[in-house]
Design a protein around this ligand. Structure first.
Ligand code: NAD
Ligand code: AKB
Length: 327
């Protein structure tokens, strides 16, 4: 097991918030022809191969892995927390059956590596909410969280039982400017930037005091690829690395934007996602990631806000704020 042999990567969920940017960076590093994008949604990837793959369809998944001689699956296909609460059985099918298919393909075809993200959604009642440790009680209250705990256990099981190189990180809420988030609880932390630029007003669906761990996309991409490239023999953990970066309340996020968008108005109307947010930690202890593969984030709140606003302002000026995505 190791990373030097990585040459043919399949990204599932490549059209999502993270998959879309990760695919681009993997193509820059490994060559466009060596990174196959795939999603349930059909997309045009002029810069490299794209295949429509439903990850719950094992035979189609296998067909694409064999056809492109894939050795690494970067498994981003998922149903996130808010969407998962609206359709829990779909969340189970996509998040658990989809991952099991990826791991079984890795076992049977002796692939080099499977990487599948986990989430701060694995935490719930009974764990410390400040500086939440790597090892603690995992009692999530959402179906999404339940699928993520299951996914971590599956990855670790395939490592110990079959010697599959399976890896995963517990991402915090990811904030980015290129692709809108796909139905999570932390989506407000992205939407707020778009609305600040679009019309100077935002109605936030969690309360002003809600404080969650967050991360800017460049750090997310860097952490993901750093873990992919880490020496397997140096890893004690595998499927469940806590990954920290910054923590702030919705009010602090709004203040960071208001400093740069004078007159920006935010109102707070918590909905069903408030209970999900309240069940998650406020901050994360990522010592294991720092010690085992040298994890170190770069962005803080104000640096992220500067960068987000500059990118979105430019697109807005070009009449392309949402890049054709539904607002
Ligand atoms: P997203 O919702 O933006 O994208 C998921 C993609 O999966 C979508 O393009 C969707 O079309 C695709 N998909 C759904 N069902 C599918 C199926 N059956 N077969 C193939 N594709 C399917 O999600 P994201 O934010 O890019 O998340 C990627 C990974 O990171 C997920 O595992 C998610 O749980 C994890 N994660 C994300 C965040 C975040 O804040 N974005 C935080 C923690 C963890
Ligand atoms: C969500 O809110 O569902 C995701 C996550 C933290 O896993 N952003």
């Amino acid at each position: 097991m190791g990373t030097s042999a990585i040459r043919r990567i399949l990204v599932t969920g490549s059209e999502g918030q993270i998959g879309s940017e990760l695919t681009g960076e993997l193509r820059r590093r490994y060559g466009s022809e060596n990174v196959v994008a795939s999603d349930l949604r059909i997309a045009d990837h002029g810069d490299g191969p794209f295949e429509q793959v439903d990850v719950t369809d094992r035979s189609r998944f296998e067909e694409i892995v064999r056809r492109y001689e894939i050795d690494t699956i970067v498994h981003m296909a998922a149903i996130l927390s808010a969407k998962g609460e609206r359709n829990p059985t779909l969340a189970w099918d996509v998040n658990v059956t989809g991952l099991l298919n990826a791991l079984e393909l890795a076992r049977e075809l002796e692939l080099t590596q499977v990487l599948c993200p986990s989430s701060i959604a694995v935490f719930g009642a009974g764990c410390p909410t400040e500086n939440t440790p790597q090892e603690t009680v995992l009692k999530p209250s959402t179906m999404y969280g339940i699928t993520k705990v299951t996914g971590e256990l599956l990855c670790d099981y395939y490592v110990s039982r079959y010697g599959v190189d399976a890896r995963g990180l517990r991402y915090p809420g990811i904030i980015s400017s290129e692709t809108l988030p796909g139905g999570g609880t932390t989506d407000y932390a992205v939407e707020i930037y778009y609305k600040a630029i679009e019309n100077g007003r935002y109605t936030c669906f969690v309360s002003e005091g809600t404080r969650l761990p967050m991360m800017y996309m460049p750090d997310c991409i860097k952490g993901t690829i750093d873990l992919m490239q880490a020496d397997f023999d140096g890893l004690v953990h595998h499927g469940d690395f806590n990954l920290g970066s910054m923590s702030f309340s919705a009010g602090e996020l709004a203040a960071s934007i208001t400093k740069r968008v004078p007159g920006f108005e935010v109102t707070y109307e918590p909905d069903y996602r408030q209970a999900i947010a309240d069940s998650w930690p406020s901050s994360i202890d990522d010592t294991a990631a720092r010690e085992e593969w040298n994890w170190s984030p770069s962005f803080g709140l104000d640096a992220m806000t500067e960068d987000m606003l500059a990118r979105l302002r430019k697109r807005h000026a070009e009449g392309n704020l949402y890049r054709g995505q539904p607002a």
